[in-house]
Design a binder for this molecule. Structure first.
Ligand code: FEO
Length: 396
């Protein structure tokens, strides 16, 4: 037995909280956990939207059987094949051998390669519909939000959009399941971190997906992670559109790599001067201490990014190297930027940072602040100039 949660009559939330996994995708810290959502629609025909993560399959199957009360499961809609959403597909097929899998061409290529399943697959095209009787499903192909097969499913009777990764967040559902039942601030923060870590690289596709749904009337957004939206639809769509179109907020992130504290001293000088210039949102991160996940979140949020590195074996400090590679890989749009750093006998760290700016086609606001050892008078002046120029740009 269990305590069912419904979105509307005969549409049920079958989500699962994961408080055990420490790294999402074996990469991103989830100290607040994560939730995987599946939904069951009971019309004359029945459909399950997404099959969640494998470890949660036994409970999912028990819930489905309870709700079906002996009816067959007719369809499994595969919005996204990444194993946090499609991990339990094989288990669903084992328990409901007549279930028809619904997906697009890329979905079935992945279903074959992950599970060696090619039977009972019903191929759908963009905007094709599936009749469940009382409920009608319409499919929107939204490739690269976040894998090439990703799609969304819209139920026309209740105006419910099953949006997959889009509008989802890290964080378990701790009692509240709908947006009107929770304090949104926590989820906004975790939603942005999920976006910056997982989806940001595909921002153009996110924008296209939102554009393609512009004329669709939505009463509920049921994502595959995080809270379900039924009160603040406009707010969450605007928020997502803002992130997808690089509309950043006034503020600066300073990230540095520092072995013995000299580059860190420069970061603090820049941070202090930014504050003296009236900039209120300033985040200073030691790239060795704070996981990339949180730094990426704030880089996606704020307009300015100031990068510092000591020299390390004739190159960049390793933790900074990882950050630079990720920003480049994600095709991060231009930030108001400058570089700084300390070295022992060469200027390798700052040199590599500046090569990064050139590759990214980002223009620095002024020349780099560089020093040997502890920041000297000239380096301090240059740090102050960096902060003044950044503040000037932020105030424009
Ligand atoms: Fe939630 Fe793309 O996985």
């Amino acid at each position: 037995m269990y305590h069912p949660v419904s979105l509307s009559e005969n549409i049920f939330w079958l989500g699962a909280n994961d408080r055990k996994t420490t790294l999402f995708e074996n990469l991103w810290p989830i100290e607040n956990g994560v939730a995987y959502h599946s939904y069951l629609i009971l019309g004359e025909k029945t459909a399950l939207v997404d099959a969640i993560e494998l470890s949660k399959a036994p409970d999912l199957i028990r819930k489905i059987k309870t709700l079906l009360q002996g009816k067959p499961l007719n369809y499994l809609i595969i919005n996204h094949m990444e194993p946090d959403h499609g991990g339990a597909i094989e288990e669903i097929v084992k328990h409901f051998p007549d279930v028809k899998l619904i997906g697009n061409r890329m979905t079935f290529s992945l279903v074959k390669s992950f599970f060696d399943i090619s039977e009972n697959c019903q191929l759908i095209q963009n905007e094709e519909t599936l009749d469940l009787g009382k409920f009608q499903l319409k499919f929107y192909l939204t490739p690269w939000v976040h894998w090439p097969e990703t799609m969304m499913t819209y139920e026309t009777h209740t105006k419910t959009l099953f949006s997959s990764d889009s509008f989802g967040s890290y964080g378990t559902l701790d009692g509240g399941i709908f947006d009107d039942e929770v304090n949104f601030d926590f989820y906004e923060n975790e939603m942005l971190r999920y976006y910056a870590n997982i989806v940001a690289k595909y921002s153009n596709y996110v924008k296209n997906a939102i554009d393609s749904l512009q004329n669709v009337k939505i009463a509920t957004i049921a994502p595959a992670h995080g809270i379900i939206w039924r009160e603040n639809i406009e707010k969450v769509v605007k928020l997502y559109y803002k992130w997808a179109t690089n509309q950043t907020e006034n503020g600066a992130v300073i990230v540095f790599g520092s072995m013995y504290g000299n580059t860190e001293k420069m970061a603090d000088i820049i941070g202090r001067r930014l504050s003296e210039n009236g900039i209120k949102n300033i985040r200073i991160y030691d790239s060795s201490k704070t996981h990339l996940s949180y730094i990426l979140r704030d880089i996606w949020k704020y307009k300015a990014l100031i990068l510092g590195s000591c020299a390390y074996n004739g190159g960049l400090f390793p933790a900074m190297l990882q950050l630079m590679e990720t920003l480049e890989h994600n095709e991060t749009p231009q930030r108001i930027t400058a570089t700084f750093g300390s070295s022992g006998w060469n200027k390798a760290g700052v040199k590599v940072l500046n090569e990064f700016l050139t590759r990214m086609k980002w223009n620095a606001v002024t020349e780099s602040a560089e020093t040997k050892g502890s920041p000297d008078k000239n380096a301090i002046e240059k740090c102050l100039t960096i902060a003044d120029k950044i503040a000037e740009e932020l105030k424009k």
